[in-house]
Design a protein around this ligand. Structure first.
Ligand code: GLN
Length: 490
């Protein structure tokens, strides 16, 4: 096995024993990028020379230093909506084609402190709006399990980089499923932490009350390692939680004996691909066999989650995206006739179709006369959904659901029908509405060999439990660090 194909914890063992150097590890990923990036197109921007240089520096440092931290010298990538000073941050939009942030996102600073090695910035749906990464203004990212299929979205590039071994881990952002859904489509682990657990400072805002940063990794243990590094209080984000830091690796292997795993009919409804259903039923049996108790739970208001999500997220997006006016930074229309025309032309030319659709929907929902009927109503539904989850978690420790109704669909298959695209988020958006954590892990393959994702959800700040429950399954089934068939072609 090439070094690039290993997990973080496997590389850590090798580095501890001094059997490999950080330079060798980094070179292995850089070679892998050179071999497959032309097929997968996960990256918008590569920093491989800088990465190799940084690797050399860390090797020197590690020669003298006794203890290394778990992410020190491990190459990773960031979704292109996280600010990186001196490195373009485009949000895959023409609007920010030349945006060089004057500051770093909190998570980037954290990973610099940990000694992480940045490989580059990954492709995404423009401003994180989408479910397939097809809304990028720059390129289409391909699913390494079938290059004709989408990787999911909006963090498709981050999911693919991990699935194709062109990064050991990546960060994505999840507003309505953008970490979990692409993780499920690409056969990797993806986690959306509790709202407020990871600072959003320097994450370009889509919908501020829903956005959350989280990791993509090759297995659950790696997820715990990355989560350890990125959580923590940040005074620069007013919604950042001020809690004592946890070490999520400590409890990982405790098993699920006696735990209550909830299953709700609402997540197994119409439109669920039969193989996905079957795979989830098998997973339920695995948990039972490991000593967990399976309990039926039910929701009252879940049917309204998707509509409420698209109202709230579009309303917030219309406000957040008002700043892109061509005046201070980013794209500016070349020809215009006065200030208002400058705004109009800049925004018409700089934003893609989906972003404009959301801005229009959001502006409409917030306008006087409609505010009460749409935005306010959606916020009331949000409270009902939160209460719904609270009541469900009174009866179980975690909830087991599919991550998405289907496995990855074909490139171009849903682009002409936004509503159909929105429906792929039906199982992930309620989680952001409630602010609770969720993880997606691989649980099988469909008849075409495409990965199926299982989603585990828990109450606020139940990351420890989720990782434990996820690890138990992964360990039992051996479904970790899966290799996409792209492998055989290289
Ligand atoms: N697909 C959802 C949307 O388009 C979620 C996006 C996200 O989580 N960033 O809004």
């Amino acid at each position: 096995m090439e070094l690039s194909q290993k997990t973080i914890h496997e590389i850590n063992d090798l580095l501890e024993k001094k059997e490999v150097t950080v330079t060798e590890v980094t070179q292995s990923v850089v070679d892998r990028i050179a071999a497959v990036e032309n097929k997968t197109a996960a990256y918008l921007n590569l920093q491989t020379e800088e990465a190799l240089r940084a690797a050399g520096v860390i090797d020197e440092k590690l020669g003298e230093q006794k203890k290394r931290t778990p992410l020190e010298g491990i190459p990773y990538a960031l979704k292109d909506n996280m600010c990186t000073q001196g490195i373009l941050t485009t949000c895959a939009s023409k609007m920010l084609y030349n945006f060089n942030p004057p500051y770093n996102a909190h998570v980037y600073d954290r990973l610099i402190e940990e000694g992480g090695i940045l490989l580059g910035k990954t492709n995404m749906d423009e401003f994180a709006m989408g479910s397939s990464t097809e809304n990028s203004a720059y390129k289409i990212t391909h699913n390494p399990w079938d290059l004709n299929k989408v990787p999911g979205g909006s963090s498709g590039g981050s999911a693919v980089a991990v699935a194709a071994d062109t990064a050991f881990y990546t960060l994505g952002s999840d507003t309505g499923g953008s970490i979990r859904q692409p993780a499920s489509f690409c056969g990797v682990v993806g986690m959306k932490p509790t709202y407020g657990l990871v600072s959003r400072y320097g994450l370009v805002a889509f919908a501020s009350s829903l956005d959350q940063i989280g990791p993509f990794t090759k297995d659950v243990e790696d997820c715990a390692l990355v989560l350890n590094a990125i959580i923590g209080h940040d005074p620069k984000d007013s919604t950042s939680l001020n809690l004592e830091k946890k070490d999520y690796t400590q409890t990982l292997k405790q098993g699920v004996k006696g735990m209550k795993i909830g299953v709700a009919q609402a997540f197994f409804g119409e439109g669920l691909q039969p193989e996905v259903r079957k795979s989830l039923e098998d997973a339920i049996a695995v948990y039972k066999a490991m000593g967990a108790e399976i309990v039926d739970v039910s929701f009252q208001y879940l049917d309204y989650a998707l509509s409420a999500y698209y109202m709230i997220s579009s309303a917030e997006a219309s406000s957040n995206l008002a700043r892109y006016d061509g005046i201070r930074y980013g794209y500016r229309a070349e020809e215009y006739d006065g200030l208002v025309d400058l705004y109009k032309k800049t925004r018409s030319q700089g934003f893609g179709e989906e972003v404009k659709r959301r801005i229009m929907l959001g502006t409409y929902a917030l306008s006087s006369g409609y505010y009460d009927a749409y935005y306010k109503k959606a916020m009331q539904v949000r409270t009902l959904i939160k209460d719904d989850f609270n009541q469900v978690f009174d009866g179980c420790d975690v909830l087991l659901t599919p991550t998405a109704p289907t496995t990855a669909f074909g490139i171009g298959e849903k682009t002409s029908n936004p509503l159909e695209m929105y429906l792929t988020d039906i199982y992930t958006v309620p989680v952001n509405i409630a602010g609770i954590p969720g993880i997606s892990i691989p649980c099988g393959l469909d008849n075409n060999g495409m990965p199926i994702g299982m989603q585990l959800l828990g109450p606020i700040l139940s990351e420890e439990t989720l990782l434990k429950v996820a690890w138990a399954f992964e360990n039992e089934k051996g479904l970790k660090n899966l290799k996409a068939p792209l492998e055989t072609e290289v």
